[in-house]
Design a protein around this ligand. Structure first.
Ligand code: GUN
Length: 294
């Protein structure tokens, strides 16, 4: 059997188009232009690529995009002062500080300084706590994308056995909460879990978010399962360049799974699309206009 390839690129394009439609509507009906501020500290090449893509897609959706680039050695007080200005800026509805930050900065202090109403990354403890409590919250974009991709295969995730491999604040933990909200039965596994292949073999839904190239093997997968690969790993290729691979051994797993996301072209595309949706939702909530239909 060969798995259906989940087309993250097409699903993300459709979501961006729906977000753009709603952006146009709130501007027309309420005079509101959602605005996203992205803060990049230092010049990590991968982060620069992400930030450029966020900037372009935000503008393409009809929203305002504000880019702030700071040198790697920026004093923490200066970054906190910028966040304070963005918190008070009425044209900014979403604030994203690109991670990882240089080691000289204390990530937790920086995240905690963001107004929770503008925390479109869903990383502030206010939002993480609300999500864990089952309350309405801004949720992190990558796990939101994972849920949308899963629901492109299964109309409902209710009662399904899911395994989330990885427990990061950005993906694993919030994904656990979103899956619970969908009434899935969730196992969360990590580097200390015993017998990961056996745990994975029970799962109808497999989410790999560990950052280890091709760690999840084909023979771990239950036949017909849906596999969502969050990994983006650059590994050396034969021609001396690098190539992108996920956390799942795609060639093997696609022979066993019922549906699987490719890398690239799977989850990666969804993250920015969900960021646009979060920014639109945050803008409507801050401006006191009805929730958007996306
Ligand atoms: N770095 C990689 N992914 C993300 C993300 O979703 N948000 C932020 N802030 N940084 C990231």
């Amino acid at each position: 059997m060969t798995a259906k390839i989940i087309d993250g690129k097409a699903i993300a394009a459709e979501l961006r188009a729906r977000a753009a439609g709603e952006v146009a509507r709130v501007r027309r009906e309420h005079g509101l232009t959602p605005g996203l501020a992205v803060v990049l500290v230092g010049n990590d090449p991968a982060s620069e690529v992400y930030v450029r893509s966020k900037h372009k897609q935000t503008q393409d959706a009809g929203m305002a995009s504000f880019e702030h680039k700071l040198p790697a050695d920026v004093p923490q007080a200066e970054l906190l002062a910028l966040i304070d200005r963005l918190n008070r800026d009425r044209n900014v509805h979403g604030i994203l500080v690109q991670l990882p930050l240089p080691k000289s900065l204390h990530t937790e202090t920086i995240i905690n300084a963001i107004d929770p109403a503008k925390d479109v990354d869903g990383l502030h403890p206010h939002n993480a706590g609300r999500l864990a409590g089952g309350f309405a919250a801004l949720a992190p974009c990558t796990p939101l994308g994972c849920i949308i991709l899963s629901k492109s295969v299964h109309a409902s995730l209710e009662g399904m056995n899911a395994i989330v491999i990885g427990r990061s604040n950005l993906v694993g933990r919030p994904l656990l909460q979103l899956l619970l909200n969908e009434n899935a039965t969730v196992t969360i596994a990590h580097s200390r879990s015993r017998d990961l292949p056996a745990l994975t073999a029970r799962a109808d839904l497999v989410y790999a978010a560990v950052g280890k190239p091709e760690m999840v093997r084909g023979d771990w997968i239950k036949p017909g399962a849906t596999v969502i690969d969050v990994g983006i790993n650059r590994i050396p290729a034969a021609d001396g360049k690098t190539r992108l691979v996920g956390d799942v051994a795609f060639a093997e797993a696609s022979q066993i799974a019922g549906a699987i996301t490719p890398v690239p072209g799977g989850v990666g595309q969804m993250t920015v699309a969900c960021l646009l949706v979060n920014t639109l939702r945050a803008a409507c909530a801050i401006a006191g206009v009805p929730k958007p239909a996306v």
